[in-house]
Design a protein around this ligand. Sequence first.
Ligand SMILES: Cc1ncc(COP(=O)(O)O)c(C=O)c1O
Length: 378
Amino acid sequence: MVDLTSVPSPCFLLEEKLLRNNLELLHYVQKEAGVKIILALKGFAMYHTFDLVRQYLPGTTASSLNEARLGFEEFGGEVHAYSPAYLEREFDELMTYCGHITFNSINQYFHFKPRIEAFSKKISCGLRINPEYSPVKTDLYNPCVKGSRLGVTSKQLSDRLPEGIEGLHSHNLCESSAEALEETLQNIRVKFGKFLSQIQWLNLGGGHAITRKGYNIDLLIKTLKNFKNEYSHLEIILEPGSAVAWETGYLVATVLDIVENDGVLSAMLDVSFTCHMPDTLEMPYKPRIHGAFEPIEGLPTYKMGGLSCLAGDVMGDYSFPKPLQIGDKLIFDDMIHYTMVKTTNFNGVPLPYFAIRKESGELQIVREPRYEHFKDRL
Ligand SMILES: Cc1ncc(COP(=O)(O)O)c(C=O)c1O
């Protein structure tokens, strides 16, 4: 049972103990496999937890200047960056935060190379590759669809990498298994094998569901170790986001009203799928609600209604053991990764509170909904 005492609504509630459990597992993988695991801020950037995360992971990876700055200022350690394209006006500042910068195209690399060479600090440059293999079935999350704009294919490269490239970066997974990583490495061997002696590091991106129950940790470690034995000069980096914050907390919501139309009951909530849980509509997937089931005839059954006016801001259907009442609290499970980082204020819908249940049991509210969050975006 989740303790909701003093938890405001709506609220993203992170359980510190669950985060530590994930970090311990990731740390174990780092140690056993001899790889480096850094946090992808695009998936989880609740910086109020970084004192804890930093005890286990050596750094962060950013997809933008904003994330690089957050990693540099709030996390410390190593800051890596990869963006599909870098902004002219931002690049000089980006270099001040990063030790590694990966480029999406050879063009972008050559464009920024003189600025990197003239910079006061050494920056290790990488190139994103497209291994032309992905197990991801949803195109929205598949970086290897035909004609993908993400990364260079082996056909675009000659026998030698552009001068100054020290690393390769491949991101082709999403909530994927150790078997999928094995397959990825096989594709990299076949398609990019001749370049591996020319580089110092290989970043295998994110999408490794390492902390999901049933993930084959032994296979992951074995696969990485075998690869390292083959290419002992290479530093191997993984940069998961989801796996760090996987099942570490909830979105707590309240039933504001119940409406009935054409025999359909809708529970009107103080949260929104489009504003607060956009992946549920984009993927799409149906989030778990504590104590609710897939529809069962004879049990009170409701569609969950989001707080925006978007007609499709709904999720359903869910059955409950007894009828819902206005004021009831609902707990959406596993709502920490790719939620807080993707929220919007569409319709002026406020952001939820952000809170952390510390291991001591103390509840720390780290963010409150404010008008300025909405206004600053306009
Ligand atoms: C380049 C890159 N690295 C890392 C990640 C993090 O992936 P995940 O959160 O699925 O582990 C992503 C996610 O899209 C990505 O695009």
